[in-house]
Every structure is written in structure tokens, then in C-alpha cells.
Design a binder for this molecule. Structure first.
Ligand SMILES: Nc1ncnc2c1ncn2[C@@H]1O[C@H](COP(=O)(O)OP(=O)(O)O)[C@@H](O)[C@H]1O
Ligand SMILES: [Mg+2]
Length: 503
């Protein structure tokens, strides 16, 4: 008896078809899985055996051969349990073959027959939809699968639930798409930050235009505090963005209760984090923090403390919006269009600018410390600001600042303006930060005075072509915040102030 059922394998965000073939033949009772399985797949045998036993079914005393085809791609993970078990059930005539026909199945089996959640259900569902197939997945992932358009999803809690559904004993309802609750109140408010008026303004500009930012200042100035409040003023993800972000989290197995992600997650890996955890990799070429931060904020606190290799590896995603994860036998490419927010002290002790507290090696220590960040990385950051210490007066008697809610509204309006402006330019540009040279020339017209100021500044500060574009991008955002079509002189002046001299 021969049966087949479809499942998938993942290579980066690419979904590949895998055929699970099950054959029962007379001969020595044996259960074999072939087709380049990794350890988790090979262990599938025991889980399938136990899960069938939990339903009161014993494996037939025959030679059972399972083949995962095509045999030349590595099969990884535990999601092959369910298709193998379903193929066996058909081969054993416990369910009719049309129950699994035209379906893609994935799920892990527990020893008691329950179907445990697995990663990658959303991309698998989108793949099933494109092929006009149905999807059979774990109950816990049903809410996630239901987000794919036009795909019939069956999300049984256990193998028995599936069999009962097929036999019409207990019919399952299709899962409903679940969404993350975004009405929750902003917990970290910009109003909590005393003083730091110009840093708060820069944060608003950064949020509005999607720019990268580097904050430099002494310890305790409030840099981490500022960064943590950025997600609170960013608009929720657009529907397609939400799907993309959720897909990567699904692949990484990091989706909370299978809900679609709407708020922009804030990824802030520690500087001691390893290369694979940051840029992706490891045994299964999993997505790393830069991919989990796709379309959202990647906050790197104490930037110079990150391993040199990690900082260099960041260049690729900052330039191309993608990251290639290499491993022994394959490459996987993940999207990684991040908004980079970085913070650092000006030197190791942090007090270089304060002559009373600076160490004896100042300013050389600062030069050494800042040299850890390479030029190409600095070049990719549109906005550089100094965050000085808050004065005692501002700490004890602060002026009332605006709340995150009010700022978020302005940011949202500016983002919508950009979305409609860049629509004719295709999917690649949605914010000013993503606009390239030619696009900028078209969308950021200067008036006479601003043109002169920019020209003079370019000569005086010896701006590189990249540096010039950076200023241009920021002026576009500044003008957008004021709903100004033409760039004015004060926009150029402010944009020029978001530069910093490095030692
Ligand atoms: N501007 C500020 N307003 C209110 N509290 C502040 C401010 N700056 C710093 N603090 C306090 O100091 C602590 C350290 O700030 P933090 O953001 O970690 O500084 P940094 O990252 O610049 O070293 C914060 O948890 C907060 O309690
Ligand atoms: Mg800090």
C-alpha cells in the first residue's frame, strides 16, 4: 500500500514542496525514514508510534518505508510528524485517502497524540493558498494560518480530533484569524523624559521619516529611555507589512499564540549576543535579530561594545534590506529592512565632554572608542545627535512635554503622506529614509534660499555624495512634518544640525 501527502521545508523565507511517501510492504517489521532527514525528523518515528498507540492503533507488522522527496534538500524540524502519521493512517486504512488529498500538512506530535505547534505555519499557509491546496496544521497555529487568503485550514488539536472530523463524528470549525490587540495603552510615554528637548524632536523626525539614528552621550543621559519610547510613537504596521513581519516571527518560532503582529516589535539584543543570534544562522539557519526587526526598530545600545564582525555584518542589511545567512551546506536569505537606532557613550568612561570627570586619557580614549564604528556604518545613519546630561534644573523642575499620543498622531500623518507620495515608485520605497538619490531629486525640491544654504554647507563641510543625500532625506521629512511641499531654509539648517563630528 502506497500513499503520499504533501508538506513543506523552509529555506530562509522560501517554502519548498516536500512529498511524504509512505509504503507498507510485507517483510521484516521495520519503520524507516529516508530522504536526508535530520535528527529531529529521524526521531519522528518514536513520536508517530506513540501517538498512534495513544489512539489505540498499533503500527502494522509490516515493513514501513517513509521517503521524504526530493531527497537532496535537508529536512529539518519536527513538523514532519503530522504528514508522516497522516500518510500512515491512510496506508493503514484508518482514514480514506481523500481526507488528505490536495492538502499540505505540518505539525509535531506529542506522545499522547496531541498536535504541538511548529514554526513556519503562516508561510506554509500562504504557499498552500498559492497552490490552491488546503492546510492541515496544529490547533495552536490555526489563528496564524487563517491569515492567508483563500485557503481552507483544518487545525486539529490531536490526531484523534482529525480522525473524528474526517469520519464526521466531531466536525471542527475553521480557525479564525487572530490579531494582536493594539488598543493597549502606551506604557512608555515620552512625557516621562525630563528636558532633552532636541533629542525628543530628533526622535520624532526619526519616527516620521523612518531614519536610522545614533545617539552619543554620557551614561545616564536618557539614551536608552529615549529609544524605548520610539515604538510608542510609530504607526501600527500596514496589513502587508504585518503579514511580512509575522511570517519571519513564524519561521523563527517566536510568534505569540499565533497572532498577527500589528505593533512594531522593538528588538534590542544585548551587545554580548553572538553572531548567529544577531544576523541569523546556527544549525537551522534561523533568522536572527536583524530579520526579526524587519520593518521595525533594531536598537543597539552601547554600539561600540558589539563584536566587530557583527557590526560589519550589519552593513549588508542596512544597504540592501536583506541578509544572507550562510551555513555549512546552504544559504538562506531573509528580509532585514530595519530602522537602526544606536546609542553609545562618547568614550569608555563616558565623560569625555566633562573636563572635571573625564579620565586622564581624554580625548584620545574617545577617538579610540569611536573608531570602533566603521565609516560605512556611520554613513548609513541619517541622524546623529548628542544627548547631553540633563541639568539639575530640568530634573527638578521640568517643563511639561508633549505626550507620545500627540506626537504619534503627527508621525502617522507624515507617514501617510509618504506612503501616497512613494506609491508610484513601487513597493521598495515607503518612507523618506528609503528613497534613493534620483527619487530624492524628484521629491525634494528646494527653494532659492535653501538651495544656496545646502550648496554652501556642502562645500564648507565637504559633504560626500552620501552625506549630501542624507541631509536631503532629512529635509524631506522635516518639510513633511510641516506639510510643506517645497524645502525651506530652516529645514536645511535643522537637517545639517543632525550631523556630528567623529574623532
Ligand atoms: N531626561 C531624563 N528624564 C528622566 N529620567 C532620566 C532622564 N535621563 C535619565 N533618567 C533616569 O536615569 C536612568 C538611566 O537612563 P538611561 O536611559 O539608561 O541612560 P543612558 O542610556 O543614556 O545611559 C533612567 O532609568 C531614568 O530613571
Ligand atoms: Mg543606556
Amino acid at each position: 500500500m502506497f500513499t503520499r501527502i504533501q508538506t513543506v521545508a523552509f529555506q530562509g523565507i522560501e517554502v519548498l514542496d516536500v512529498d511524504v511517501q509512505v509504503q507498507l510492504s510485507p517483510g521484516m517489521p521495520k519503520f524507516q525514514i529516508g530522504g536526508l532527514p535530520d535528527k529531529a525528523v529521524a526521531e519522528s518515528r518514536e513520536r508517530v508510534r506513540a501517538a498512534l498507540h495513544a489512539m489505540g492503533l498499533a503500527l502494522p507488522t509490516k515493513h514501513i518505508a517513509v521517503n521524504l522527496s526530493p531527497a537532496d534538500i535537508q529536512k529539518e524540524g519536527s513538523h514532519f510528524d503530522l504528514p508522516i502519521a497522516l500518510g500512515l493512517l491512510v496506508a493503514m486504512r484508518a482514514i480514506p485517502s481523500d481526507a488528505i488529498e490536495n492538502s499540505i500538512a505540518l505539525g509535531e506530535l506529542a506522545l499522547d497524540g496531541k498536535i504541538a505547534p511548529v514554526s513556519g505555519v503562516l508561510p506554509a499557509a500562504i504557499h498552500a493558498s498559492a497552490q490552491e491546496k488546503n492546510l492541515i496544521c496544529p490547533q495552536a497555529c490555526g489563528g496564524e494560518a487563517a491569515w492567508a487568503d483563500d485557503v481552507q485550514v483544518l487545525a486539529p488539536s490531536s490526531l484523534l480530533a482529525f480522525v473524528n472530523h474526517v469520519r464526521g463524528i466531531q466536525v471542527m470549525n475553521p480557525p479564525q484569524p487572530e490579531i494582536e490587540n493594539i488598543t493597549q495603552k502606551i506604557t512608555l510615554d515620552l512625557r516621562d523624559i525630563k528636558g532633552q528637548k532636541s533629542a525628543k524632536r530628533a526622535l520624532e523626525v526619526v519616527a516620521a521619516g523612518g531614519h536610522n539614528m545614533l545617539m552619543v552621550g554620557p551614561p545616564g543621559a536618557g539614551k536608552s529611555m529615549l529609544a524605548a519610547r520610539l515604538p510608542g510613537i510609530l504607526p501600527p504596521l500596514e496589513p502587508q507589512e504585518a503579514l511580512d513581519v509575522t511570517m519571519i516571527h513564524s519561521l523563527a518560532g517566536k510568534l505569540k499564540e499565533g497572532r498577527l503582529i500589528r505593533t512594531r516589535p522593538f528588538r534590542d539584543p544585548h551587545h554580548s549576543a553572538s553572531m548567529p543570534s544577531l544576523v541569523g544562522g546556527g544549525l537551522r539557519a534561523n533568522p536572527g535579530e536583524v530579520s526579526l526587526a524587519h520593518l521595525v526598530v533594531l536598537f543597539l545600545d552601547e554600539l561600540p561594545e558589539f563584536q566587530r564582525g557583527v557590526l560589519e555584518a550589519l552593513r549588508q542589511p542596512l544597504e540592501t534590506g536583506k541578509i544572507m545567512v550562510s551555513r555549512a551546506n546552504a544559504h538562506a536569505t531573509y528580509p532585514a529592512r530595519v530602522q537602526l537606532i544606536a546609542a553609545m557613550n562618547p568614550c569608555r568612561c563616558g565623560h569625555m565632554a566633562d573636563s572635571e570627570r573625564a579620565c586622564s586619557r581624554a580625548p584620545q580614549c574617545g577617538a579610540d572608542y569611536q573608531a570602533k564604528i566603521s565609516g560605512p556604518i556611520l554613513d548609513r545613519i541619517d541622524i546623529h545627535i548628542d544627548v547631553p546630561e540633563v541639568s539639575a534644573r530640568e530634573l527638578t523642575n521640568p517643563a511639561a512635554g508633549e505626550s507620545s499620543e500627540i506626537i504619534a498622531q503627527r508621525v502617522l500623518e507624515t507617514r501617510q503622506l509618504q506612503l501616497s507620495r512613494y506609491k508610484p515608485f513601487g513597493d521598495n520605497v515607503r518612507t523618506n529614509a528609503e528613497a534613493d538619490g534620483e527619487t530624492l531629486d524628484r521629491v525634494a525640491p528646494l527653494d532659492k534660499k535653501s538651495e544656496l544654504l545646502l550648496k554652501n554647507a556642502t562645500e564648507k563641510f565637504k559633504l560626500s555624495a552620501r552625506g549630501y543625500r542624507r541631509v536631503q532625506r532629512v529635509t524631506r521629512t522635516l518639510a513633511d512634518l510641516e506639510k510643506c511641499e517645497i524645502i525651506k531654509e530652516h529645514h536645511v539648517a535643522e537637517a545639517l544640525s543632525y550631523r556630528r563630528i567623529y574623532y
